[in-house]
Design a protein around this ligand. Structure first.
Ligand code: URA
Ligand code: SF4
Length: 228
């Protein structure tokens, strides 16, 4: 008959730390040498959260380094997922209009997203955009922080609350803090404005017009700040 084990006889076979699964993130994929080119090729293989599973490809940021202005959206949409480039769909078209209105040359700025894979839900045959959650945003943040480091912008422009909350914390409210110049702990200046997609999704024509004007005003403010 087996004797019941006494407390002092029980020996741990493995350290309890090994039982806690470590959550993957983009940090596990960062290259040693963090130039934009190295970051881009490393991000192409990222499996730091589940979003890569259903997306076509990583959509990394695009533009020069250094760049005076860096724009951060939410996540690639369907068009971006197909093309592998940020802001090439309808939101990108409105962003281009805003750039023109503010005298910004798209080739001179760095464009990226808070998460680098398209998140979607099937609606019929269509892939409908879904919002990344806080776990996916944190998992992807190492790419974003490395891009900021490599691009060294004078000003970051967050397009919408997802980008702003990733950098400024979950208490950030776009409705209250839009248009304000805020600073990160390291002194990096950040301005947040409406996401072009949220403007396009606004059903009321007057409200949509007002948001579009505010986006244009904010981008003009961004330009005067970097030219000061
Ligand atoms: N919306 C985004 O947030 N980013 C893109 O690249 C396209 C649409
Ligand atoms: Fe990696 Fe970001 Fe894609 Fe997740 S969303 S797999 S963290 S690149």
């Amino acid at each position: 008959m087996l004797e019941p084990l006494r407390g002092k006889d029980v020996k741990p076979v493995i350290d309890s730390g090994e039982l806690t699964a470590r959550r993957l993130s983009a940090a596990d994929y960062l290259p040693q040498e963090q130039s934009l080119d190295n970051l881009r090729s490393a991000a192409a293989k990222c499996e730091g959260c589940d979003l890569y599973l259903r997306a076509t490809q990583t959509v990394f940021g695009s533009g020069p380094a250094p760049a005076a202005l860096m724009f951060i959206g939410e996540a690639p949409g369907e068009k971006e997922d197909d093309a592998g480039q940020p802001f090439v769909g309808p939101a990108g078209k409105l962003l281009d209009d805003a750039f023109t209105a503010a005298g910004i040359n798209r080739e001179e700025v760095y464009l990226t997203n808070t998460v680098k894979h398209f998140k979607w839900e099937p609606v019929g045959k269509r892939r409908l955009h879904a919002k990344p959650n806080s776990r996916e945003i944190s998992a992807c943040q190492p790419w974003l922080l490395a891009e900021i480091q490599a691009v060294s912008p004078m000003l970051i422009v967050c397009l919408g609350a997802t980008a702003a909350q990733s950098l400024l914390g979950h208490k950030f409210r776009i409705t209250r803090q839009r248009g304000q110049i805020l600073a990160l702990a390291n002194g990096q200046q950040v301005l947040s404005t409406w996401h072009p997609s949220s403007i396009l999704r606004t059903p009321d024509a007057d409200a949509r017009q007002r948001m579009q004007e505010e986006l244009f005003v904010d981008l003009r403010a961004a330009v005067s700040l970097i030219r000061r």
